[in-house]
Ligand binder design. Sequence first.
Ligand code: C2E
Ligand code: CA
Ligand code: CA
Ligand code: CA
Length: 278
Amino acid sequence: MAKKHRNTSRLYSPSMNEMPYKETALEAGLLPALENGQFLLYYQPKVNIQSGKIYGAEALIRWKHPEFGIVSPLDFIPLAEKTGFIIPLGEWVLRAACKQLKQWDGQGLHDLTVSVNLSMIQFQQKHLVHTIEQIISEEGVDPRRIELELTESIFMDNPGDTLRILHALRLLGVRLSLDDFGTGYSSLSYLQSIPIQYLKLDKTFIHDIVNDYRKQMIFKSLIVIAHNLNMEVVTEGVETAEELAIIKSHQCDSVQGYLYSPPVPPDRFEELYKQQIA
Ligand code: C2E
Ligand code: CA
Ligand code: CA
Ligand code: CA
């Protein structure tokens, strides 16, 4: 059946020739998957470096696919962006994260914050701020407990509009975080202008930092810059105790990484949270 569909698509779109079976199937399956509840959120703990305590979680989407098993967002988010499906999908993510936060409140996991990733495609949408406001208020969550993770790609199209949107989001009370800093075309000039509270240093930053003095110095300096601009620094992708020790010595605020935990289903996150207070 899927194969037949694939052959017919070829008639209309020659570029489909290059699209492998899995990709075609994933793209065609996005909408039914949302309707059938096949998307789920995993949560990765965010840990305060000084206290060693979990204070929040980043929501990371997964697709529980009937044929392919758990599919990584790296395999379907680009497809969802290409087709525009990222708009309803992104709304689903935010709503699901809000519901999870409420549920955790009821289970004694207090005062957690939840981070949600926003795609640059969502930024090109006129009603983004209104939509976010509506979802958060419908779900009855304090906006200060929602963090939106953005990448510098949102500045590519129209920096002026983007800035206006960011300020409007700040007025809602949500927190903003600049994700993947240190990759691609990261520029210090963004830090001058954008109203963010958190800077997330990408995992490429700390990869090999243990053996690389220059990397350590850049890391150290960036933390000073961020702190002077009233931002907190989150280091991503921390995998070893040696990395943690270096990060700690340079006054980074918090970490996320396999050292503490990979992204996990909500029930596992609850166990991790409860273990630390036991
Ligand atoms: P990201 O936002 O940079 O998320 C961090 C990624 O690094 C996650 O991959 C996480 O599993 C991985 N990671 C965390 N700790 C470590 C570590 O110690 N070592 C290594 N090597 N990796 C670590 P994941 O979950 O596969 O997500 C990949 C990307 O997909 C995310 O990168 C984000 O850009 C995108 N994504 C995920 N969920 C969503 C979503 O709901 N909406 C949108 N628009 N994008 C999403
Ligand atoms: Ca992120
Ligand atoms: Ca990241
Ligand atoms: Ca990323």
